[in-house]
Every structure is written in C-alpha cells, then in structure tokens.
Design a protein around this ligand. Structure first.
Ligand code: GLA
Length: 517
C-alpha cells in the first residue's frame, strides 16, 4: 500500500475504533441471570452488585452528563475523553462529607467498560454498560424536596441491653437466603452446640424477609417467612429471643419494604409477633428525609417501640455518621453501628476494630453500646488467629457479639473461639466500660478495658506480618505492680511481673486479665 493510502486507512481505522462519540444512555449489564434495573438495585440478590446507568454527552474531548443509581442522579464532573478512553469524577454528599469517586472507562465495540472505584475494602471492579439510546441526556429533574422533622423529645431508656447484646444475625452469611426453616435450624443448633448457653440469645433476621403491604398498610412477609408469629413462638420455646430488621426509608438496603410512614403500625406488628430486637437501617431514608433529621427519624421508631410496651432492643444502623454516639441513646437506641459494613477479611475487620473506634469509648455504657458491626468469625475469609483477634478486640470494645456464620455446622476451632467463656466475660463485664488503645508501636498495639472489681482486660495485638514480642508495662494500665495475670486463650495463669512479655503471632493476640495495684 502506498504511504498516503496507508495513512488514510489508519486514520479511518482509528476514527472507527476511537469513535469517541459517547453520547447516549448507557445501562449496566447485571451479572448473569439478573434483571437489569436501576430502580431497585439489590445487593442481597447479587452481593456487591449495584445497578447504575450513565447519561452522557460527548464533544470529542469533554464528557458531561450524569450517573443514575440508588443515590439518585449525580452529575459527571471533570469528564475527559482520550482516544477511546474516558475518565470522570462523581462527587457525592455523604451525610455532609464530600466524597469523590474516580471512574475510568474504555469503549470496546458497542460496549462501554467502566472501572468502578474501590468501595470500603472492595477492590475496583469492571462493569459493562450497553447503549440503549443515542439521544442527548434529558435535563436533570430537580431533586425531590426532603422532609425536615422538628427535633424529637428524648425517648426514655427501655432498661434493656445492660450488657452488649449477644446472638446471631443472618446477613453476613446468608444474605437473601434467610428463611423460616433456616432460622429454626440455626436456633436448634444454638441450643445443641452451646452457643445459647454461652450467652448468644438473640436470633436476628436481617434484611429480605419483607413483602409489600396489604390494603390496610399491614407489613407482609414474603414466601420465605410464611408465619412470623409461629417462628417467633418456636424461637422463644428454645429459650432464645427473636430479632427483625427494617428501615426508616421506603425501601431497605436490599430494596425490600421499609417502615416509612408506617412506624407505629410496624412497631405494633413486631410486638404482636413477639419480636425482641429491631435493627433499623437508614438506607433509602436519605431519599425522603433531610439527613439532619436523622435523630428525629430514629426517635420516631424508638418511641413507637416504647409505645408498644414490649421490651424490644433498638439497634441503629446508619454507619456511624453524624456522630451517632452523641444522640443514639436519646433516640431510644441501645446500640448503634459506628462504621460501614464489615467484610470477612483481615483488612476490613482490623480497620474497623483498630482504626475506627478510637474516641467513641466515652459514649458506651450499660444500655448504650457502640456497634463495630457483626462478627465474621467462621465465615472462612480469615485465619483462626485473625478470628481470635476479632473476638478479643470486640470484647475489649464492649461490642455486641452477633455471630454471622452458619451455626448449623461449626468447626470445633470456630466454636471454641465464639464460646470462649473468659473472653465473653470480658465483653459482658457488668461495669460496661468500653476499652481503648493504651500503647502503640508500629504494628504492635495494646488495648485495655477496666473490669468490675478493678481488674483489666488487656489485648496484646500484632498487626504485622511476622511473630513479634509485645511487652505490657504495668504503667500502660495505670498500675505500679501487677499481682496476677491470666491468659484468656490459653486458659492459664501466668507469672506476675511488673512487665509482661509475650510472643504474638502475625495478626494474632495474647489476651490477658490483669490484676495489680
Ligand atoms: C446494610 C447494613 C448491613 C445489612 C444490609 C442489609 O448494608 O449495614 O448490616 O443489614 O444493609 O441489606
């Protein structure tokens, strides 16, 4: 081919491959077997799957438009196009905090492959969008007006949760697979395997039990829960208690029916079913309420539960935003989540446990607990050493202990971690004082919690890669002499000395009960 023709052919090819006409409506293709939807994305159906669509307008080098998803329509900022590649930023307001997420993409045939930014500890992910229209983006509709509630009166303390609640919750392991037969089997297992007798009494059904409402507004259960009252009676007959889940918004996080505008009615229904615990998850409430009204929104359900006259533990789940530790108890909360969702890996658990709880300890006490999220122990993503760290740290943090694994078949090592009576006694110590970090040297951290009667629970943690020696000095916990040391995982007394040195394996813990003067 003559050079001039070659150059012409190349230009034609390039302009074909890098057409750079991105204008139109691009819709995400969900994982195999899922129905595309931007209206009710459900991470319960496919964990981690969130439907998005993009309305784009390109002018060769610049890209404008907006992204539509669960959070509504968000403008595309800083959109750039460069030979088939695109990058843009989505700026959102996360409860008053600006969050910037960087997206990049590439045009591949008729498909647009977009790399979603990391979310928590979830790594970046590529999703494929297809163009369903080549029209210009329609003008952005004005955001719907939000409801502002007047400040609420304090909800009286319900006298529950004098120590952090203990039990099991369906979400971490079962997501939308939770069902009446499963919950019964878990309850049976908890009696059989000693979990109940170790103190785990709440059997909590998380999201996805809901159907719609009947013409009277009565909440309905879906086909996986044919008779909630019968299930509740069964759980109670086993010496256990039952928990349930809802949202102050129109929809739950998994897209099921929420309690919006039905708070009193739902609270009465829960009481009639014999429910003992409610986890109330913000989620779609942001679509209807100005989030500054959040304390009043929670107080509305807190008061509704109180009005039923039934003893129902109230668990706030709003990911720790807006300094919930300062108002959670005033809204009737017995516990409140302090972070986003935990995942079954070291990075997620250690970040939540070690890095995101500091300074919250003064808010905790009998009846009112910080909740660093449910346990992942036994779900398979961490080693036993890491799970022992999880359990020890949660006990020092006076955290609710809600197992999240399949309790119908628990390996012995996992059961031993979950039912270690000496560690549970730390978590359930009646003084109810949350512990804190007392020393840090790189990857080595010492956390301590005062116990009723003057003893201390102490965790020597090693977040690093190899085994290390960690030394506790009496002064770390305000003592001049140490008179007694017990190792709570070895179940053995140790020689008391003013300094106590222990070998701590990578990602592991040596958990002690220390007495002294
Ligand atoms: C949120 C909560 C989780 C779980 C799911 C259910 O993500 O933080 O604990 O309840 O919703 O959809």
């Amino acid at each position: 081919m003559k050079p001039i023709l070659w150059a012409f052919a190349c230009t034609a090819l390039v302009s074909h491959v890098y057409a750079d006409d991105w204008t139109g409506h691009w819709v995400m293709q969900p994982p195999t077997g899922q129905t595309p939807s931007t209206a009710s994305p459900s991470h319960a159906i496919a964990p981690g799957f969130r439907a998005i669509s993009l309305w784009l307008k390109s002018d060769g080098t610049r890209l404008t438009g907006y992204m539509s998803g669960r959070a509504g329509n968000t403008p595309v900022s800083d959109g750039r196009i460069d030979r088939g590649h695109v990058s843009f930023v989505i700026i959102t307001d996360y409860f008053g905090e600006e969050r910037r997420a960087n997206y990049s993409g590439v045009l591949s045939g008729s498909e647009l492959k977009i790399t979603l930014p990391p979310f928590g500890t979830r790594p970046p992910r590529e999703v494929t969008l297809t163009r369903v229209s080549t029209a210009d983006p329609p003008p952005l509709p004005p955001p719907p007006p939000k409801i502002t509630l007047p400040p609420a009166k304090d909800v009286p303390y319900n006298a529950l949760a004098k120590t952090p609640p203990m039990g099991w919750n369906s979400w971490n392991k079962f997501r939308s697979e939770v069902s009446d037969p499963l919950v019964r089997q878990v309850a049976d297992a908890m009696v059989r395997n000693g979990m109940r007798d170790a103190g785990y009494v709440y059997v909590n059904i998380d999201d996805t039990w809901e159907a719609g409402r009947d013409p009277h507004g009565q909440i309905l259960t879906n086909e996986r829960f044919p008779d909630m009252k019968a299930l509740s009676d069964y759980i109670h007959s086993k010496g256990l208690k039952i928990g349930i889940y809802s949202s102050p918004g129109p929809k739950t996080c998994a897209g099921y029916e929420g309690s919006y505008q039905h708070e009193e009615q739902d609270a009465r229904t829960y009481a009639a079913w014999g429910v003992d615990y409610l986890k109330y998850d913000w989620c779609s409430a942001s679509q209807v309420y100005d989030y500054h009204s959040m304390p009043a929104v929670y107080a509305r359900m807190g008061q509704a539960l109180e009005n039923t006259g039934r003893a129902i533990v109230f668990s706030l789940c709003q990911y720790g935003v807006l300094k919930v530790q300062q108002w959670g108890a005033h809204a009737g909360g017995n516990l409140w989540r302090t972070t986003g969702d935990i995942q079954d890996n070291w990075q997620s658990m250690s970040r939540i446990g070690f890095d995101q709880q500091e300074g919250l300890e003064t808010a905790a006490g009998p009846g009112r607990w910080n909740d660093p999220d449910m346990l992942e122990i036994g779900n398979g993503g961490m080693t036993d050493d890491e799970y022992r760290t999880h359990m020890s740290l949660w006990a020092i943090l006076a955290a609710p202990l809600l197992a999240g694994n399949d309790l119908r078949s628990v390996p012995r090592d996992i059961l031993e971690i979950l039912t270690n009576k000496e560690v549970i006694a730390v978590d359930q110590d009646p003084l109810g004082k949350q512990g804190r970090r007392v020393a840090k040297n790189g990857d080595l951290e010492i956390w301590a919690r005062p116990l009723l009667g003057g003893a201390w629970a102490v965790g020597l943690f090693n977040r690093g890669a190899g085994s290390r020696r960690v030394t506790l000095h009496a002064a770390d916990i305000g003592l001049t002499r140490i008179t007694h040391i017990r190792d709570l995982w070895a179940h053995a007394d140790q020689r008391a000395a003013p300094e106590h040195t222990a070998d701590v394996v990578s990602h592991g813990v040596v958990m002690l009960k220390v007495q002294g003067k």
